[in-house]
Design a protein around this ligand. Structure first.
Ligand SMILES: Cc1cc2nc3c(=O)[nH]c(=O)nc-3n(C[C@H](O)[C@H](O)[C@H](O)COP(=O)(O)OP(=O)(O)OC[C@H]3O[C@@H](n4cnc5c(N)ncnc54)[C@H](O)[C@@H]3O)c2cc1C
Length: 299
């Protein structure tokens, strides 16, 4: 593999444990873990992966991924440096793909801009949120997304209006194409700062009550049409079922927690059991909301 990044372009670590970078605290080593600082650095890594035939995966906050115990045999890329920027111009918030969604929401609130309070508690990078159209409490990122700067796997970047990107519930075209979110522009609405902060606090309080405190990756399955995966899983009596260090949360049946020492294998086996029990009892096939790194999900 021939890849050398200048200090301005980024840095490469070899055999970096992914468990350090996922909210589940699970995952073996990434052969090359690249923190890229600008578009030139990102394009260089993409070209190195393509020319060496090595797999490449983006990693944001690691809050929606199950990384294999064996690790990842190629490049794992984290957007850093210039990709962390958040700039406000009138009613537009322009954020790099690596910026933390919580920081973007806080900056918008300080500027008296409303529209993203409902999604403010999602532990996400901007890029991860756009890719899956992250949402909560009736709001989703595409509600306020004006345009996205994308880089294709070949290293070419372009800006596209959000209206041209097919998207739906926890899905966008990017899930199929693997395009990388370099930055995103949100159009928000002016509102009194106190009202924005009150709404953000209300959302934070609701979230605190809803999710477990042990390491987890939020909902493991998407909700099927007109139903809730959590309701179906709870009806199957799965809360509290444990395999190795992984346990289906007592608080939320669609969340798997790491009770200590959980492996990706434990989580995967629990997910398969959850899917199979819901399928047998309700004839509904649940699809994973979490993304797999170095693992393939057998439908
Ligand atoms: C406690 C908890 C609560 C959660 N609550 C919610 C919720 O309310 N609503 C919700 O929608 N989700 C929720 N999630 C799931 C998760 O936070 C979101 O899916 C989030 O958007 C993932 O972003 P990330 O940056 O962590 O992406 P990662 O988990 O790092 O990556 C997820 C996928 O996105 C890809 N990706 C990452 N960055 C980019 C990029 N720049 N360009 C293209 N692809 C990229 C990765 O390759 C991977 O395929 C929750 C998770 C946790 C742990």
């Amino acid at each position: 593999m021939s890849l050398s990044l200048s200090a301005g372009e980024g840095a490469v670590l070899e055999n970096e444990p992914l468990a350090r970078h996922t909210t589940w605290r699970i995952g073996g080593p990434a052969r090359w873990f690249c923190r890229v600082h600008n578009e030139a650095g990102l394009a260089k890594v993409l070209r190195a992966a393509a020319s060496g035939g090595a797999p490449l995966a983006l990693l944001g906050m690691g809050s929606n991924v199950l990384a294999a115990d064996e690790g990842f045999p190629g490049f794992v890329v984290r957007l850093d440096g210039e990709f962390l920027r958040v700039a406000i111009d009138g009613e537009i918030v322009d954020a790099g793909g690596g910026a933390a969604l919580g920081g973007v929401c806080a900056a918008a609130a300080r500027a008296g801009l409303s529209g993203i309070e409902a999604i403010s508690g999602i532990p996400s990078s901007m890029g991860g949120a756009v890719r899956i159209n992250a949402g909560a409490y009736g709001g989703e990122i595409f509600d306020v997304l004006e345009s996205v700067r994308l880089m294709e796997r070949a290293g070419e970047a372009r800006t596209e209006p959000a209206s041209g990107i097919p998207h739906g519930y926890r899905w966008t075209r990017l899930c199929e194409t693997g395009e990388i979110v370099v930055s995103a522009r949100l159009r928000l609405k002016p509102a009194p700062r106190e009202a924005i902060e009150a709404k953000t606090r209300e959302v934070a309080a609701k979230r605190r009550g809803a999710l477990p405190s042990e390491p987890n990756a939020g909902s493991v399955f998407k909700n099927p049409p007109d139903d809730h995966a959590g309701r179906l899983l709870e009806a199957c009596g799965l809360k509290g079922v444990r395999l190795g260090g992984a346990e289906i949360s007592h608080r939320h049946a669609n969340v798997i927690v790491n009770r200590g020492g959980a492996s990706a294998r434990d989580v995967l086996a629990l997910m398969e059991r959850m899917r199979d029990e819901v399928s047998a009892r309700f004839a509904i096939t649940l699809s994973p909301e979490v993304d797999m790194l170095g693992i393939s999900w057998k439908r």
